[in-house]
Every structure is written in C-alpha cells, then in structure tokens.
Design a protein around this ligand. Structure first.
Ligand code: MF3
Ligand code: CO
Length: 249
C-alpha cells in the first residue's frame, strides 16, 4: 500500500467531512413507516448537493448509494421499498463516496423510536468502543493486526461475535484498496504502519455466533442464528503521533 500525498489527504478529508455532515441529519430520517429505499433516495440527494460521488452505485451491479442493514442483517442490506422501518429496529447505514476522486467510507447504527432495547443498545455501544480501540492503534510504527486484535479483544470480552468473512480495508482513490483490515487477529503481526496510510476500519459484531450467510439477492449478509448485529465504520489516516479520523466532525 502506498502512503497518500498531502493533496490526496486533503481530498479525503473533504470527502469525510461532507459525509459526516450528511450522517448528522440521518437520525431525523430514521422513523417508523419509512422504507429503506426512501432513506437511500434521501441520501442520494444529499450526496449530489455536496458533489459527492457514490462508490457503491454501479459497483458490481449494486444500484444504491447506501447499504441499509436492519436487525439481523449484518452489512450490505439492499435498500428496498418493501423494507419498512418499525419501532425498535436497529438500523445500520453505510455510505462510501468520493470528493474529487478520493473516497471516505462511513457507517453508523441508529434505532427507530426512542426506546431502544437495552441489550441492543449495549451491543451498539461495544461496537463503537471497539471501533475506537481499533482506531487508536492506527499510529506509525504499530502493526496492522494491532488494529484487528484491539477490536477482537474488546468485542469478545462481552461474549459477542466478531464477523470473520468481511473486513475493513485500505481506501483512497478506490473504495477498497489493499490491505484488508480484519476485525480479528494477532497483535504485533501484520504490516508496519506508516504515516499517511489510510484505512476504513469497520467492526461487524453479533450478539452470539459470528457465522453469517449471504441472502439469495447475493448482497444481503445475515447472521445464521437470526440474532442481531451492529456495524460502525470510520475512515482514518495513520499519523506519527496518533490517528486522524476523517469521518467525524
Ligand atoms: N461501504 C461498504 C464497505 O464498507 C461496502 C460497499 S457497499 C457495496 O466496504 F454495496 F458497494 F458493496
Ligand atoms: Co468499508
């Protein structure tokens, strides 16, 4: 993997800032009776306003600007008119977009209504904590799987599962660049991190078993046991003294 130039990073910073700005308004759109297709259409309008170019629409035949994954869907939920949000639903929204040719990738968890189930709230809290623990390792001199191990250790401490079949990734001109950034691994191993490397770090965690299957639509990733999953993602730059998170305001 190549380190990004100052100019590349400026574009990724702007992509991240604009994307995070859109996510600020998503909670007001997460409501009972809203379809995930309607939410995706709203996001598309917001991307266009900011001259952000969706990286998912057209990717391997995918036709939407977001992945919206509800409850037992882990990631890659396909927006649909027939998926209607209900009170208490756990909704993961994932968007990757480019500004002047450079990408940012971001995902957040939301609940429909104002009384989230306590157990689900805890699952989501642990996902955000794991993300932060992984990001904290994105420092020059560390090893790639220090990030992975920090995520895995935190998640498993609570008995939750870490999904094995999908990973974070390098990011830049392309949504997915080398290397993969797994959410499990052995600290002290993997490539040496250098300032200017950019990663999308994205723990995908489950209430119990980490086993998943892909739905007949060839996209939707679901837990095998039907339990719930959480997924959060930030785009970060490895720094000499600490990480820089591009997808937070
Ligand atoms: N944004 C997702 C990721 O974090 C995947 C892209 S959605 C896809 O990698 F539908 F385009 F695959
Ligand atoms: Co990603």
């Amino acid at each position: 993997m190549v380190v990004k130039t100052i100019q590349n990073l400026q574009k990724m910073r702007e992509a991240g800032r604009l994307l995070a700005d859109i996510f600020e308004s998503i909670p007001s759109k997460i409501q009972v009776d809203v379809s995930t297709a309607a939410l995706d259409s709203w996001i598309e309008g917001e991307l266009i306003k900011r001259q952000l170019v969706s990286q998912s629409k057209g990717y391997r035949g995918y036709r939407h600007v977001s992945c919206i994954s509800v409850n037992n869907v882990v990631v890659h939920g396909v927006p649909s008119d027939s998926i209607i949000l209900q009170d208490g639903d756990l909704v993961k929204v994932d968007v990757c977009a480019a500004w002047q040719g450079y990408c940012a990738d971001m995902a957040r968890c939301f609940f429909v209504g104002n009384k989230p189930d306590e157990k689900l709230q805890h699952l989501v809290t642990v996902a955000y904590q794991a993300l932060d623990k992984g990001i904290a390792k994105a420092v020059e001199g560390n090893r790639l799987f220090d990030i992975s191990a920090a995520i895995q250790e935190h998640v498993e401490k609570f008995g939750y599962g870490v999904v094995r079949d999908f990973a974070g990734h390098g990011i830049g001109k392309n949504m997915h660049e080398n290397p993969d950034v797994p959410n499990f691994g052995i600290a002290g191993t993997g490539m040496r991190l250098k300032a200017g490397m950019t990663f999308a770090i994205e723990p995908m965690i489950t209430q119990e078993s980490y086993e998943i299957y892909i739905d007949s639509d060839h996209w939707t990733v679901k837990t095998k046991d039907g339990k719930y999953a959480a997924h959060v993602e930030d785009t970060v730059v490895v720094g000499k003294n600490g990480p820089e998170i591009l997808t937070r305001l």
